[in-house]
Design a protein around this ligand. Sequence first.
Ligand code: F6P
Ligand code: MN
Length: 489
Amino acid sequence: MFAAHLEFFAAHQCAEAHWLPDTGLDILERIEIGRDFAYPSIKDRLPVILTKIVDVLYRDKCFVRGQFGEAGIEELKDFIGKISRLRSELQTDKPFTLLEEDCPDTEAWNQRIQIPNLVENPIECTDPSPLSVPLTSPTPQASWFTSSWLLAECYCYRKIASISLTSNYLRNLDPFKGQKQLALIESLDAIVSLSSFLLSNINCTLNDSTTSEALFKSLLYTSVWGNKCDLSISSGEANNQLSNVLMQLDLLKSYVLQDDVQKIFDYLVLLKTNNAVVNNNPHISYMPKTDMNRIDFVLDNAGFELFSDLCLAEYFSAIFGVQKIYFHAKIIPWFVSDVTNDDWYWSFEWMKQSGSAELLKLANLWEARIEAGQWIFTTHHFWTLPDTFDLMNSVAPDLYQQLSESTLVIFKGDLNYRKVTGDRKWDPTVCFGKVLNGFHPSSFCCLRTLKSDTLVGVTHEAVQRAKEERADWMISGQFAVVQSILPYP
Ligand SMILES: O=P(O)(O)OC[C@H]1O[C@](O)(CO)[C@@H](O)[C@@H]1O
Ligand SMILES: [Mn+2]
């Protein structure tokens, strides 16, 4: 096992040695302090997630029999067998196998599997550039422990989806549905507190600048901290927002290592009050918006996090009068807790049935916004490819074009952050704007708690402070960043 472990890292380093900082630590030491999180996350976390799926499927037996009879049960057994095989392929580092179903993303996926580390646009970086060497693949055939971390993780979830997509009765089965729903139900108290807070403050206007600014910040920080609650970091164990997050905001704020919240608010107010003047900011290579027509949320997790995002969206609609808000979600079950179409609609249903008058009121308000076309739920296959976002313009130009219509795109969560920043182990003090490799669809921000060792745009002092506080500061979900690319002032 230990040999395989080293081999894995040799392969990883082989592909990435040109940017891996020489820390003078050996591999095991780097894992210990939270760097090189790739290996334990594949080796330890994914098998647990797969085992949990098997457990859930066994428990669903009666339901499947009731719905589909014995033929359904046969399919369920086949499903369980395939999940167990996937786990065993992972644990024995077998090569990835091609997708067989005929889906819109099959060809793209099979290309990634066959030429795993192909990067079309090598990163050009003017900083003390560890990144000037183009990435090329050392191995044409990817396997679990020789491919990039991003490919291996995404492949796992896409393969789970393949099992459903190639079945008859279980085509729409989401093996994470129960966990996601339970997480929302168990967050009821925190959700009710947040909804009371929202409803009693949302009538303010921008003229009352102190209140509106404070409300914006509270809702934005709550959305950041909502990202703590994903189920993949806990290998599917409940990780809910049980306490009242609003009472903890001051404490939580102190864990934000880079905080652009004021910049984001000022930018939006400038646009709203028609004071934005197109200037010649040399760092901005897209055409900045001068209006507030559209905001995009690139969603992450269902449950408390989605609810906190919706509260922030309500602020944009009610206070800034934004005409269209797009919510981008996943087309297949993804990283355990990510929002899918079913989660989205189920969340509103649950709010209406929850017994809380506040939640009923908000669900009705938000369904009316959806009905009126102000809030738009949307999915795209690009979000479930293993591609970093610098590839979006060439792989999914339609999506890139859509985002370029936005006044502000909000990327939620850790995985989106990894994809925005190319999922490399940057020196954390490298400037955020310098790692995007041409990904400039529009103004955007990332709201993310740190659950992986990809980080940029923080000061040396902030890194020191976090390190002193806890050794696993990069992966614990305790620290966060609010980072933005904005044209004004
Ligand atoms: O839901 P999020 O915030 O994208 O987090 C997903 C998690 O999965 C990971 O990819 C690790 O398995 C981390 O990036 C993170 O812990
Ligand atoms: Mn997620």
